[in-house]
Write a protein that binds this ligand. Structure first.
Ligand code: PBG
Length: 324
């Protein structure tokens, strides 16, 4: 047997290729900020911007032309407070963005996914309501659920095709499902970040979304990176509560978790190639240490091979151009 026989030409290699990446498998994150004509680059994420609504619409139209599957929307509110009001008020920045995107014939062809979380909107940067306790503070689970449910319903009313809770409070998928059903949004699917690990690789995102916790960390709600069995329990619970799809995050350091999820459940699975994964590749490209085009596509192919149906990635536009 000679394995090299099937590697002799590009057409032979193409014939026996087991995994593919298509632009339609990719979801492009956008960070929407107040103002007009604003396009502010994030210093730790070259090529990624805070965009005012008008600029976000332009960016979305370009993504649609490139055949990208959808957008994941985050917001930077004008002001922040303890309750994260900006996340759930109907005039919130992402709600405004959704209404504008739905006005654009090109942009509305994209699947518009709204991230549901409070951390970009709270003054303390945590993903829920913070209360003082005898030995410090706690991020309160159950009082947060109501606000997350209101945020999800408000985003669905504004035009989100999918809502994606990323907060990791217990019971939020059920609370969001009930709120959506009560608000005539029974058709809106939930993509839950079912297993989201407390990761160092979110660092650059916290600059992009201005959402770094002002004290403490997220380890009491996001998962410990050592635990794969616990990740499976998180997935089972989210599906029981009514999640339609799950999102795994981060991607590259957790490919085994994506594979285990793929073998366990039959719902569609997405994976999030997070900010730190993007920034470390960009840093290597800037140094000339890696071949940019090949490394981008190989990183995405690995995530698909692990079992993800679709990938949230800041490389979506670059990859779509390379695949064209
Ligand atoms: C909000 C949220 C975060 C990310 C997605 N949604 C930040 C966090 O949990 O700290 C990270 C995405 C990325 O790093 O690209 N909770």
């Amino acid at each position: 047997m000679r394995m090299r026989r099937l590697r002799r030409s590009e057409s032979l290699r193409a014939l026996v290729r087991e995994t593919s990446v298509e632009p339609g498998d990719l979801i492009y994150p956008l960070f929407i900020c107040p103002g007009e004509g604003i396009r502010k680059e994030i210093s730790s994420m070259p090529g990624v911007f805070n965009l005012s609504v008008d600029e976000a619409v332009r960016e979305a139209e370009e993504a649609a032309r490139l055949g990208i599957g959808g957008l994941l929307l985050f917001g930077l509110p004008e002001t922040k407070d303890e309750q994260g009001t900006g996340a759930w008020e109907d005039e919130g920045i992402v709600q405004q963005g959704l209404r504008a995107l739905k006005q654009s014939a090109a942009a509305k062809k994209l699947v518009l996914i709204a991230d549901v979380c409070l951390c970009e909107y709270t003054s303390h940067g945590h993903c829920g309501i913070v209360v003082e306790t005898r030995d410090g503070f706690d991020v309160e689970n159950d009082s947060t659920l109501d606000l997350l449910a209101r945020a999800a319903a408000s985003l669905a009313r504004a035009g989100a095709d999918i809502v994606a809770p990323s907060d990791m409070m217990d019971g939020r998928v059920g609370a969001i499902r009930r709120a959506l059903d009560d608000e005539n949004c029974a058709h809106t699917p939930i993509l839950s970040y079912a297993s989201k690990f407390a990761s160092a690789f979110y660092g650059p995102f916290r600059e992009a979304a201005d959402s770094a916790p002002q004290f403490g960390d997220r380890k009491t709600y996001q998962m410990d990176g050592a635990n794969i069995r616990e990740a499976m329990r998180e997935i089972d619970l989210d599906l029981l509560e009514g999640a339609d799809m799950i999102l795994m995050k981060p991607a590259m350091p957790y490919l085994d978790v994506i594979r285990a999820a793929r073998e366990r459940v039959d719902v569609p699975i997405g994976a999030y190639q997070v900010s730190g994964e993007y920034s470390m590749l960009q840093a290597a490209f800037a140094k000339g240490w890696l071949d940019r085009d090949r490394a981008i596509l190989e990183s995405l192919l690995g995530i698909r091979r692990a079992g993800a149906d679709f990938i949230v990635t800041y490389f979506a536009k670059d990859a779509a151009k390379l695949l064209a």
